[in-house]
Every structure is written in structure tokens, then in C-alpha cells.
Design a protein around this ligand. Structure first.
Ligand code: PLP
Length: 413
């Protein structure tokens, strides 16, 4: 793949032109896929990497000494190194999981549960996806720790100055980098800097930012960072968790099973070193290869240009929606103007009806609570329409959406 990142000067439109060539199955004349926050389309290099996994490396990982088995193990570890490098993490501090959800559960059940004390506080934001809310809720229910919510203002900015957040009773702050409903960007660098200075642990849910914002865990200095491959143009069924080296030493495996032990007898088990002790069961080799190919794909597109491209396109969608007299737009998290995710309602038309009319017209948008019950309760809405953008979207996707909204309005009001 020739890399756009290597070019000296690029316009944001170059991002689209360079990217679209790599989605050969995606017919952007007939179809307008505006649901990348749920799962992104996959470029050819990812599809090829997954198939190559099955064609050329189909053997058990870390379990066989014959040449094909060794090739499979080596390909899997190379994939780990590439994904780790993508977020600037040491290879040994990145574990593969089934998903971002599993990665967060590894933190709550494999680490926090054994060291948190009753009355210590876990702070989350009101815009967390259930993947970063329910595990902490369950942890607090079972340990006597206290769940606290960081509020936000009406522009979508987190109210991080509340003194209580920075109190010595705070154990950890777990928050999303970008909301899956409000888009935008939360100030994670500032937050992690302040938290580390005060001995508060941090977990960043990067599921929605990893596709378009640069992530550097060395600079960020968070304790944990979780993400899924399928939201960054990679395959389903695989995610990753970055773990700070000190936290890793305190962590136990979420799953017990094959592949994680040095020795076992009736009294004792001796675990393998990290990261292997955290990956019980047969590893997902093809998924890992596709994940690494997705990291390569994104590294070929400079992150700043990708975020500018999808952000600028998001602004154009926002303007077009704002011009419709009957559309109410939700704020953007962080209070910015640019976001690749936008949520809205259409006056007098149920979001499910809007999405259905859009679907009938070749436009894929989402409807529902987006697994963000806390946020929707706060916004006092039962359901929202959401559009979310990928590098294969373009201005030409706006008109079909607007037409669908007008048609839904005609039919249902
Ligand atoms: N966090 C956020 C912000 C999400 O949007 C999602 C999924 O939509 C998740 C976590 C969970 O990701 P997965 O379903 O891949 O585990």
C-alpha cells in the first residue's frame, strides 16, 4: 500500500481519495453507510490479511512446534507488535481480548476487584457506553466501592473542576475519549496528567477515537486503554487492552484455561509471563492479522488528516441538518465544532421511523439508545438518530440523508 503519510503536503480530500480505493467492495454511489461508530467497513488489506491467516497460517498459536505452528505463533506475535506500536505501547504491555468490552471487564474483574476498598470512589462520565459503565456498576455493587458521575455542561464539556473528583478517596477515573453518541473529544491528556500526579488510576475507553485520533499511551500515561479492532477498519471478534507495567504486575487473568500456565499440579499453578497469561484459550490469529492490517492502513493515513477530514465532513452534515427547521441536534462532547459522530431527533417523527425511511433510501443510520442509558436519561430522550462517519464517506452522502428526513417528515407528520 502506498502511504499517504509519507507525502509532504496533503489536503483533507486526499484522505478520502486515497482511502476509497482500498474499499473495493463499497459502492458509494448506491449506498451511504453512516454507522461507522457501530462498526466500520473493512479495507481490502484487512480482508486479505484475515483470509491469509486462514490460507497460510492455519495452525494453533503457541501450541505447536511443527513449522506451520511456529509460523502461526510468529505471525500472531508480529501482529501484537504492530498493534502495540500503533498506540506507542511496549509489545509486552498489550493484550489481545475479544473486544473493548472484554478489555474493560479484564480491568474490573482481573485487577480492580481485588484491590479496591469499600467507600473508595470510581468516577465515570454520564456519556459512557454501557461497556464502560456496567462493569464498574457491578464492581461497586460487589465491593462496597462508590460509583460517582462526572457531570457535563449543556455544551457537552465535562465539569472536571469539581473538587470531589480529585479527593484522596478517588481510586480511578474511567472515561471515554470520544462519546459514541455525542462524538467530540474529552480532554484525556489533561485528565491523565492530573490523575497521575495525585495517584489516581485512569482507564481510557478509546473505542470511538482509535479510528481517527492519534493515541500515544507513553505520552498519555494512563493506566489502561481499551479498544476494538472492528471500529478502526479491522475485523470483529478482537480487541486490545494496554496495561501500565505496574498495573500488569497486580493483575490476574479474567479467563483461566489453556495456554496461560508454565506448570500445573493439584495444589499449584504457575502462570506464564505477561502478556501470555492474560490470553487463555486458542488465540484469534486471523483476527490479530486483520487488526494489524487495520493499524497499518491507518498509519498510512496521517491521523491528523483523518480527524480533520471526518471532522470537517461532520461539520458539513451538522450545518445541513441545522438548516432543517425540524431537526434538533445534540451537543458535541468537549464542546467543539468538529465531530465524526452526530446525534439528532426530528420533531414529531420517531427515530425508528426516520432510520427506516433512510434505510429504504440506501442510507444507514442508527437509532435507539446506543447502549448509553445514562446519557439518554440525562438528555430526556428515549431514542436518538445517530450518524457516524468513516474515511469512505463524502459530501455526496449528505443529500440522501436530508432527503430521507424530509420524506419521513412528510409521511409521519
Ligand atoms: N465503548 C464505546 C464508546 C463504544 O462505542 C463501544 C461500542 O459501541 C464500546 C465501548 C464497546 O465496544 P465492543 O462492542 O467492540 O466491545
Amino acid at each position: 500500500m502506498n502511504s499517504l503519510a509519507a507525502k509532504k503536503s496533503i489536503s483533507t480530500y486526499d484522505v478520502y481519495q486515497h482511502a476509497i480505493e482500498q474499499f473495493s467492495h463499497y459502492d458509494n454511489e448506491r449506498y451511504h453507510y453512516l454507522d461507522s461508530a457501530a462498526t466500520s467497513q473493512k479495507p481490502d488489506c484487512v480482508i486479505d490479511a484475515v483470509t491469509q491467516g486462514y490460507r497460510h497460517f492455519c495452525a494453533p498459536v503457541h501450541r505447536a512446534s511443527y513449522p506451520l505452528g511456529e509460523a502461526a505463533s510468529s505471525a500472531y506475535e508480529t501482529a501484537r507488535a504492530r498493534v502495540a506500536q500503533f498506540i506507542n505501547a511496549p509489545t509486552s504491555q498489550l493484550i489481545f481480548t475479544k473486544s473493548c468490552t472484554e478489555a474493560i471487564n479484564q480491568v474490573t474483574l482481573g485487577w480492580a476487584k481485588s484491590i479496591i476498598k469499600p467507600q473508595q470512589k470510581i468516577w465515570l462520565t454520564r456519556m459512557e457506553h454501557n461497556a464502560n459503565y456496567l462493569p464498574w456498576h457491578q464492581l461497586c455493587q460487589t465491593t462496597g466501592a462508590e460509583l460517582k458521575i462526572i457531570e457535563m455542561d449543556e455544551d457537552g464539556c465535562l465539569l472536571l473542576e469539581q473538587e470531589e473528583i480529585w479527593h484522596e478517596s478517588t481510586f480511578l477515573i474511567a472515561l471515554t475519549h470520544c462519546s459514541n453518541v455525542l462524538g467530540g473529544e474529552n480532554p484525556i491528556q489533561e485528565l491523565c496528567d492530573k490523575a497521575r500526579a495525585q495517584g489516581i488510576y485512569t482507564l481510557i475507553d478509546a473505542a470511538q477515537s482509535v479510528s481517527h485520533l492519534p493515541l500515544d499511551v507513553d505520552k498519555l500515561a494512563c493506566d489502561f486503554l481499551a479498544f476494538s479492532a472492528h471500529k478502526m477498519y479491522g475485523p470483529e471478534g478482537i480487541g486490545a487492552l494496554y496495561i501500565d507495567v505496574k498495573r500488569m504486575a497486580e493483575m490476574s487473568p479474567l479467563l483461566m484455561g489453556g495456554g496461560i500456565v508454565e506448570s500445573v499440579d493439584e495444589q499449584h499453578i504457575v502462570l506464564r509471563e505477561a502478556p501470555y497469561c492474560f490470553e487463555a484459550g486458542s488465540p484469534n490469529l486471523s483476527g490479530a492479522l486483520g487488526f494489524a492490517a487495520a493499524a497499518d492502513f491507518l498509519q498510512g493515513l496521517p491521523a491528523a488528516a483523518v480527524s480533520q477530514y471526518v471532522g470537517e465532513l461532520g461539520r458539513q452534515f451538522r450545518q445541513a441538518l441545522a438548516q432543517q427547521g425540524n431537526v434538533t441536534l445534540m451537543p458535541i462532547a468537549g464542546g467543539g465544532e468538529h465531530s465524526s459522530v452526530l446525534s439528532f431527533t426530528v420533531d414529531g417523527v420517531h427515530p425508528h421511523d426516520v432510520a427506516q425511511v433512510a434505510a429504504d433510501n440506501g442510507v444507514a443510520i442508527r437509532t435507539g439508545n446506543h447502549c448509553s442509558h445514562l446519557l439518554l436519561n440525562h438528555l430526556k430522550v428515549g431514542a436518538l438518530n445517530r450518524l457516524s462517519l468513516g474515511v469512505y464517506n463524502r459530501r455526496e452522502d449528505i443529500e440522501p440523508l436530508i432527503k430521507s428526513i424530509k420524506l419521513a417528515t412528510e409521511i409521519f407528520t
